[in-house]
Design a binder for this molecule. Structure first.
Ligand SMILES: NC(=O)c1ccc[n+]([C@@H]2O[C@H](COP(=O)([O-])OP(=O)(O)OC[C@H]3O[C@@H](n4cnc5c(N)ncnc54)[C@H](OP(=O)(O)O)[C@@H]3O)[C@@H](O)[C@H]2O)c1
Length: 275
């Protein structure tokens, strides 16, 4: 029997990668949402606005998902209502939720990498919202809520990569100085979600490269690999370290990425970088 997967935010950087990869699975039926992307002609996508958070209830009744993947942006308070509604629906229907959270749940203590069991503490609005959402989902859904915490996300068409390319073209790029971080590709996240569904895994996952790298060094490697000329760097002040590393011992080797593999993936035109 096939499972129905519902990807909220399927038109975004992360959502698109997840939606495309899961759509290739023959035992899954994958449906998603968009907001402003003008995808009304896509048969498997439904328009949804966080501004009307209770609309999700009728959409859930229509879609009947077994698994919801939340890759949304939008107003924080309204997103909380959306997730409360989803948690109620999935609890009543024995479904699961995969929630895309952020390294920012640790942003009040950015002087060392963080692992899955570390206590969350944030002093930013975004980080505090992500903690609130994680807590809500855990309280309502217990182990039926699966949390993925992400560092900087990169995709071949992501705003972050476009910003680097534009910086090279105009000869000036704002970057972070003395900043150590890990990164993640849209593809690594999609592969992790695919594996979690196939293997019926649960808990918290820190998804990102297993090595931490100086931000400027990473950008230089990326620009060199793209064959572009290094621009003048304009430095912004930041905390020292923003990295979410995994201490789980059940992650297969093919799902582990290094920064080097991520740079190769961003610069190559092959669809899957699974080697
Ligand atoms: N990107 C990162 O570096 C990063 C890092 C850590 C965690 N995350 C988390 O990962 C998730 C996905 O991030 P992303 O970078 O893929 O985001 P994104 O590219 O901005 O995509 C966001 C998705 O949400 C939809 N959306 C935006 N505003 C909406 C609204 N008001 N109502 C309904 N839908 C709305 C967008 O639809 P349209 O495009 O059709 O408008 C899109 O499908 C987010 O929860 C984010 O917090 C991202």
């Amino acid at each position: 029997m096939f499972k129905k997967v519902f990807v909220l935010g399927a038109s975004g950087t992360v959502g698109t990668a997840i939606f495309k990869l899961l759509s290739c699975e023959k035992d899954l039926k994958t449906i998603g949402t968009y907001f402003s992307s003008g995808l009304e002609n896509s048969p498997c996508l439904i328009r949804f606005s966080v501004e009307f958070p209770n609309d999700i209830n009728s959409i859930l009744k229509q879609v009947h998902p077994d698994i919801v993947i939340s890759s949304l942006r939008g107003d924080f308070d309204k997103q909380l209502i959306v997730h409360e509604n989803i948690a109620n629906y999935l609890t009543a229907n024995n479904g699961k939720l995969i929630y895309l959270s952020s390294a920012n749940v640790f942003d009040s203590c950015w002087d060392q990498p963080h692992y899955e069991d570390d206590a969350e503490a944030s002093n930013s609005d975004y980080g505090q919202f992500k903690i609130q959402c994680e807590t809500l989902l855990r309280d309502r859904m217990s182990d039926r809520a699966i949390l993925l915490r992400l560092p900087f996300v990169w995709g071949r068409n992501s705003p972050r990569l476009r910003e680097v390319k534009t910086g090279c073209e105009i000869g000036k790029l704002r970057i972070y100085r003395d900043f150590y971080t890990n990164h993640v590709s849209d593809m690594q996240i999609a592969q992790m979600v695919q594996w979690i569904i196939k293997e019926d895994k649960g808990g918290v996952f820190h998804v990102g490269t297993s090595d931490v790298i100086n931000y400027q060094r990473f950008i230089e490697q990326l620009i060199t690999a793209m064959g572009m000329k290094l621009p003048e760097f304009v430095y912004q002040k930041t905390p020292r370290t923003m990295a979410v590393l995994s201490s789980r011992n059940d992650i297969p080797n093919e799902l582990k990425w290094t920064n080097e593999k991520l740079v190769q993936y961003l610069c190559s035109s092959t669809q899957l970088a699974s080697s």
